[in-house]
Design a protein around this ligand. Structure first.
Ligand code: AMP
Length: 191
């Protein structure tokens, strides 16, 4: 079983790459951002709550996010592995994920960071915002706030996974295909 965490700032390409990797390695892709957006679209209470944070570029509270993620994993008992995209984003989430997987005799195989400079990411997100309709991609101040949230709360997870010997990084610059190739090579080297 391969369980991957795709790590990286907003716009690093986690979702794009996950959609290729899930096919290639037969994994279930779970994006907490996508799950929140689908809740918002369906006007669920969870969506309503998440929207108030997402609209500002703030993280949604841990427990809500952890409960949603765990429910999604439980919906896929036959999965051969998972790609976690956009989760964990805080130390509390990472610890909860480890504990949850351990109960199921599962564990994270690797955390792979997609690296790119902030200015490149801002340009990518503003471009994406033109077609995605995502309001959090259309306003540079919100984008910068998402980076701040990342630096403050998510970046420390580098240390968390490095201590477990599970942190790897790959350049997120280049063509989509070239980056998929880098990731594929790395994932193949895990087993
Ligand atoms: P994303 O699609 O991954 O860029 O996520 C969009 C937004 O959803 C983030 O800016 C957060 O507001 C929220 N979100 C997604 N994943 C998480 C998470 N693991 N923890 C807290 N908030 C999250």
């Amino acid at each position: 079983m391969i369980n991957l965490v795709l790590f990286g700032k907003p716009g690093a390409g986690k979702g794009t790459q996950a959609s290729f990797l899930k096919e290639q390695f037969n994994l279930v892709h779970i994006s907490t951002g996508d799950l929140f957006r689908s809740n918002i679209q369906n006007e669920t209470p969870l969506g309503l709550l998440a929207k108030s944070y997402m609209d500002q570029g703030d993280l949604v509270p841990d427990q809500v996010t952890i409960d949603m993620l765990e429910a999604e994993v439980d919906k896929n008992p036959k999965a051969q592995g998972f790609i976690f995209d956009g989760f964990p984003r805080t130390k509390a989430q990472a610890e909860a994920l480890d504990a949850f997987l351990k109960e199921k005799n599962m564990s994270i195989s690797a955390t792979i960071a997609l690296e790119a400079a902030d200015d490149v990411l801002v340009d990518r997100l503003l471009e994406r915002g033109k077609s995605s309709g995502r309001t959090d991609d259309q306003d540079e101040a919100k984008i910068r706030n998402r980076f701040e949230e990342y630096n403050l709360k998510t970046a420390p997870l580098r240390d968390y996974y490095t201590k477990q010997g599970k942190f790897q990084s790959v350049s997120g610059i280049g063509s989509i295909e070239a980056i998929t190739e880098r990731l594929t090579e790395l994932i193949n080297s895990l087993s």
